[in-house]
Ligand binder design. Sequence first.
Ligand SMILES: [Zn+2]
Length: 113
Amino acid sequence: MHELSLTESIVKICSEEALKNNLKRIEEIRLKVGELSGIVPDCIQYYFNIISKDTVLKGAVIKVEKIPMEIQCKDCNNICTVNKINFCCPNCGSFNIKILKGNEFYIDSIKGE
Ligand SMILES: [Zn+2]
């Protein structure tokens, strides 16, 4: 459960951005979260509501876009997107794979006025 510390960094970064861009109110924060990161979006919104209570971010909605897992097979070089954790190449069945995408976690955009 590392959502709390992640949410604290989100609040910190977004507050700084709001200040920099002279925003009085933040409506929406978009996050990109990799399928493999294990982060639970509902937890983030929950913690966010608590932490952001006395900040300019109060009331903002967190939207999470999931990034699917992408793997590359080291044997046949096949690259593919898998929608669940699958550590075997669908092309040749090899377990000799590399994870290209799926561990991401970052703030994509902030909307406010
Ligand atoms: Zn393969």
